[in-house]
Design a binder for this molecule. Structure first.
Ligand code: ADP
Ligand code: MG
Length: 626
């Protein structure tokens, strides 16, 4: 039995042996990781430094784009053409930011207040998707240079609260960067994977992931059971993060020392001083520096006072997330701290007292998400056959049956891996081939669903319609690979096909297919009911015609003409394609023929017994002759 891997999105046959990466496309920092010798690691650049870059992009006056560390310098020298926190703008319109525009040093396209945000850099407008793609491309190019291999497939992470537009925007950014985005993965799920949680399939765990990054805060409650990660609840604040602490420090200094930065450069310098203070206070009690001939200082106590209200807000979110999830803090088996800002002792202490146990911060908090993304990528690439399963089947999978009806074999939201089989039969006498067309979607008619693949089961031994038993088995393994097998039970003739990346479907696609299925539910059901009636009617017509022919001598002429009339009546009804007519005709024919057929059946059994004897005799003679 040969297997082929098809990427159903592109229809191309796929080679699975290649480097796949995980990318944490962060608000503040972005990282790229891979699996090396079975372990997840941040990829090192050609200078052997981890590929951990600020999510900052500068577009020069010459149109040259710089990204990361180089671009961060431009925040001072060229702030108007330097973009940061682009992730906050993904999938958003200008209206969403009307009250916070002043926090961005760059300019927006004010004419596009209705549609998606665009950013003006020099004389051109850029979308957040485009700008994010520059970050992704930079990471990938640096990784390719360092490793000397081509990178095509990637998993990219997003916050659990990202909506469809934001996920789609992230996916698009990956596409523009030339990547094949294997999956968009929730950051808390990735963090849990990095911590090795969920790898033991037998344990069930409740995990809380507290992620305080640069621009955003979120806390997610996950349930891991049988290797499936369920996000039970997620709460957060897209405008709460390390940037707020920086701003509070700047505000504090401005008031205390009466500072008046006069231009963007001075402002940016002050910002860098504030950030330096924040970082240093994670390890020491005092900080001081100079700015424009002022000596600026900040003590840990002062900083605590500045940051406490924000920490309190994160704890409020945490309480809400717990209550959403129906769990109590004591039910949480593991509290993971993720995001650079969780390096702050005040955060750690606040969580330790809230949790009553020690939160887990054993991985670098700013690396965990990228490492987990790499693990997820590795699983999706099929490199971990024995590994956990991760997801559910997002849309129903099934095959086309007579009349174009979608017959669901694995319903949506089934946990994978899963196997499900159903028996089918032929619709014509002596039918030798059976087409198995595999579809994905929620609509009742296959024409509205997505065709994934099709194949033909050949060499079915000739039998009357309805007699062959053909088992169609759908199997989705832990890597999300679907194999469909059809077996004719008597001869064990079998045929199969494997479809890779069957979860490559985006959240937006899933959502729109579900919406459609709801919108069309009524008309779909009506169409399906009509097709069911037609199928039943046609079957009855054929069976009755056969019955009439085979039992000609046993029927009275009245019975024969009545059956013929009823068959004609049924044929007309079938031609009318009106369901009520067809149903009536089926009923009439059934009602009339059922008692006669019953008697005929007894006679056929008697004949069959006689036939058996005859054929044995013939066989004996043949033997003698041979
Ligand atoms: P994001 O997920 O938003 O990209 P990260 O997880 O990389 O962000 O976190 C970035 C934030 O972490 C920044 O605000 C940065 O100032 C902060 N940060 C990094 N290191 C420290 C530290 N040692 N102490 C306090 N904050 C830190
Ligand atoms: Mg992050």
């Amino acid at each position: 039995m040969s297997k082929i891997a098809i990427d159903f999105k592109t229809g191309q046959i796929k080679n699975t042996a290649q480097l796949v990466v995980g990318i944490d496309l962060g608000t503040t920092n972005s990282l790229i990781a891979r699996i090396n010798d079975g372990r997840a690691e941040i990829i090192k650049d050609f200078q052997n430094k981890p590929l951990f870059i600020p999510s900052v992009i500068n577009v020069g006056h010459d149109g040259v784009i710089t990204v990361g560390h180089e671009a961060i310098q431009k925040l001072i020298t060229d702030p108007e053409s330097t973009v940061y926190s682009i992730k906050r703008l993904m999938g958003k319109s200008l209206q969403d930011f009307s009250d916070r525009k002043e926090f961005f040093g760059y300019h927006f396209d004010e004419s596009a207040s209705e549609g998606l945000i665009r950013i003006r850099l020099n004389d051109r407008y850029y979308t957040p998707v485009e700008l994010s793609s520059y970050i992704l491309r930079h990471l990938v190019q640096e990784a390719e240079k360092a490793l000397g291999v081509k990178i095509e497939d990637a998993v990219i992470t997003v916050p659990a609260y990202f909506n469809d537009e934001q996920r789609q925007a992230t996916r698009d950014a990956g596409k523009i960067a030339g990547l094949n985005v294997l999956r968009i993965v929730n950051e808390p799920t990735a963090a849990s994977l990095a911590y090795g949680l969920g790898q033991n399939k037998t344990e069930a765990l409740n995990i809380a992931v507290y992620d305080l990054g640069g621009g955003t805060f979120d806390v997610s409650i996950l349930r891991i059971e049988d290797g499936v990660f369920d996000v039970l609840a997620t709460r957060g604040d897209t405008n709460l993060g390390g940037d707020d602490f920086d701003r509070e420090i700047i505000k504090f200094w401005k008031e205390k020392y009466q500072l008046y930065p006069e231009n963007p450069i001075e402002q940016s310098e002050l910002f860098f001083k504030a950030r330096a203070a924040k970082h240093e206070l994670s390890d020491s009690n005092n900080f001081s520096t100079t700015w424009n001939h002022h000596i600026l200082s900040l003590s840990n106590e002062e900083y605590k006072t500045l940051s406490q209200p924000y920490i309190d807000r994160t704890l409020d979110c945490f309480r809400l997330a717990l209550s959403d999830s129906g769990l109590h803090i004591h039910d949480i088996d593991e509290l993971l701290l993720v995001g650079g800002s969780t390096r702050m002792p005040i955060v750690f202490d606040a969580l330790q007292s809230f949790y009553g146990k020690t939160p887990n911060r054993s991985l670098h908090p700013d690396e965990a998400v990228a490492l987990g993304a790499a693990i997820q990528a590795d699983i999706l690439a099929g490199n971990r056959k024995d590994f956990l399963l991760l997801d559910v089947n997002p849309l129903s999978l099934g095959i086309e049956t007579l009349g174009g009806i979608m017959d669901v074999i694995i319903p949506r939201n089934s946990k994978i891996p899963i196997q499900q089989a159903r028996e089918y039969t032929t619709s014509r006498d002596g039918q030798k081939n059976l087409k198995i067309a595999i579809y994905q979607g929620e609509r009742d008619l296959v024409e509205n669903n997505k065709l994934l693949a099709e194949f033909i089961l050949e060499d079915i031994p000739p039998m009357p319609a309805g007699i062959p038993k053909i088992q169609v088995r759908f199997m989705i393994d832990a890597d999300g690979i679907l194999t469909v097998k059809a077996i004719e039970q008597r001869t064990q003739t079998e045929q199969s096909i494997t479809i890779k990346s069957q979860f490559n479907i985006s959240a937006a696609e899933v959502a729109s297919m579900l919406q459609e299925s709801i919108r069309f539910a009524k008309s779909d059901q009506e169409k399906k009911a009509l097709i069911d009636s037609i199928n039943e009617g046609k079957y009855l017509q054929l069976a009755s015609e056969k019955f009439l022919k085979n039992n000609h001598q046993y029927l009275t002429s009245l019975q024969r003409s009545e059956i013929s009339n009823l068959i004609t009546y049924l044929k007309d009804a079938l031609d009318s394609k009106i369901r009520d007519h067809i149903e009536l005709a089926i009923e009439a024919l059934n009602k009339y023929t059922a008692p006669i057929a019953h008697k005929a059946l007894d006679r056929n059994i008697a004949d069959a017994l006689r036939n058996k004897n005859i054929s044995e005799a013939i066989n004996n003679e043949t033997k003698k002759d041979g």
